[in-house]
Design a protein around this ligand. Structure first.
Ligand code: NAP
Ligand code: G4F
Length: 380
């Protein structure tokens, strides 16, 4: 299987853009309209700096799209996952344009839609951490629920003013099923168990309503957990594989986790973004569950990841109650038969391949960290 992560220091990462901070460069995008560049389609991706945004953008660029990305203002760099595909605004014929914006700010959304004139909008931006949503419930609702409504309404107005057609993908989540019994699919009633999940349910229904009320082409993807070497480091899979690499290289000796009994249907993010794109290429809009159909517990993920590195997880893992959630989702396992039938989509990466890919990537990162530390120590 092809390794899809682009480690720091790769040839791509070493292009000229690396010499200047992206935050300094891409505001120039405002003055360089994308219109007139002869490409087949244009897409706007919110959440482009996230795990899925980076894989989706690679996919869209490979298909010849002009891609516009919404990026949040941050005091530190948040574009690490897309540096390798970004090109300087002063280069001719670039296919990726970044715009500052925020899902909590409808003025920015409106301006970006008008500037980008997308054929397809992929709304992936969200406060996506379930546990954090219990600490930040209001912000999560603002970004994840109202953010979707704001974007939908901008698209609706843009279509009315211009007569253009814009297709819309909404990043729904298996978390919306919450306490509903597995296997879960498009027909399963939602039973959300966190402020994050409640916000995603609201987004789902906003999308259904805008589709029915205004005839917009809107698809809700109901994606089960999907992971990769680019997964955020506070999600359990990446937290585990990162710890495996660091333990292997003596950089860490303990890993603190919460509930090991929870079961998830874990797939590879690179496979799942293909389903997003396929949804928007159909003749009719619809909602689709995207999953592997296999579930494993956090404990099973631990066993698999540590054994990839020849380590016994029991020697390193401790339970810390701070990682438990006020309400847990015990068991998610998807039935993606509609996606298989209608989209002709199926996952291409097995659970074992996924875990190995993540462990190998994090082991390389830990090795690089060790070498860097040694070099620093040597220079003092
Ligand atoms: P992620 O890595 O956490 O990325 C989230 C993205 O949203 C980042 O680009 C983030 O920007 C951006 N964002 C956060 N708040 C925002 C705001 N107020 N305005 C604009 N952008 C904002 O998440 P992911 O794993 O790629 O997931 C993509 C989407 O799918 C999310 O909506 C998530 O809830 C949903 N989803 C994910 C999974 C999964 O297993 N991965 C499953 C089902 C659904 P920064 O980089 O600046 O933080
Ligand atoms: O990796 P997690 O934080 O992912 P979770 O909560 O399933 O949410 C992810 O998948 C959703 C799709 O179903 C997305 F919508 C959402 O945006 C996100 O991408 O936790 C997985 C499980 C949970 O049961 C949690 O309680 O792992 C358990 N867990 C045990 N110890 C832990 C830990 N989770 C985290 N993050 N950190 C721990 O130390």
């Amino acid at each position: 299987m092809k390794q899809v992560d682009s480690p720091a220091g790769s040839a791509a990462a070493g292009r000229s853009i690396k010499s200047r901070p992206l935050n300094e460069i891409f505001p120039a995008a405002w003055g360089l309209p994308s219109r007139g560049i002869n490409l087949s389609k244009s897409a706007l991706v919110t959440g482009i700096t996230g795990q899925d945004g980076s894989y989706l953008t690679e996919l869209l660029l490979s298909k010849g799209y002009m891609v516009h990305g919404l990026v949040r203002r941050s005091s530190s760099f948040n574009t690490g996952r897309i540096n390798h595909i970004y090109s300087d605004p002063h280069e001719l014929g670039r296919h990726l344009v970044l715009h500052f914006g925020d899902l909590t700010d409808s003025t920015s959304l409106r301006r970006i839609i008008e500037d980008a004139m997308p054929d397809e909008v992929y709304n992936l931006g969200a406060q996506s951490h379930v546990k954090v949503s219990f600490e930040l419930p209001e912000y999560t609702a603002d970004a994840d629920a109202l953010g979707t409504l704001r974007l939908l309404d901008c698209v609706r107005d843009h279509m009315a003013h211009t007569g253009r057609t814009v297709r819309f993908y909404q990043a729904g989540s298996s978390e919306m099923f919450g306490a509903a019994k597995p296997p879960q699919n498009e027909e399963t009633p939602f039973y959300p168990r966190s402020p994050y999940a409640v916000s995603k349910v609201a987004s789902h229904w906003y999308c259904v309503n805008y589709r029915e009320a205004y005839g917009l082409f809107i698809c809700n993807g109901i994606l089960f957990n999907h992971e990769s070497p680019r997964r955020g480091e506070t999600f359990v899979t990446r937290k585990i594989t990162r710890a495996v690499g660091r333990i292997k290289y003596g950089l860490q000796d303990k890993l603190y986790l919460g509930n090991l009994a929870a079961k998830r249907d874990w797939g590879f993010a690179g496979d799942y973004v293909k389903a997003m794109w396929l949804m928007l290429q159909q003749t009719e809009p619809g909602d689709f569950a995207v999953a592997t159909g296999e579930a494993y517990s956090v404990r099973e993920f631990l066993e698999e990841a540590f054994s990839c590195a020849g380590l016994e997880w029991e020697k390193y893992v401790a339970i810390d109650p701070m990682y438990f959630r006020p309400t847990e989702v015990d068991f998610l396992c998807g039935d993606a038969s509609k996606a298989r039938r209608v989209l002709n989509w199926k996952p291409e990466t097995s659970f074992k391949e996924l875990v190995r890919m993540m462990v190998e990537s994090d082991t390389r990162k830990a090795q690089a960290e060790t070498l860097q530390k040694a070099a620093l120590a040597g220079s003092h």
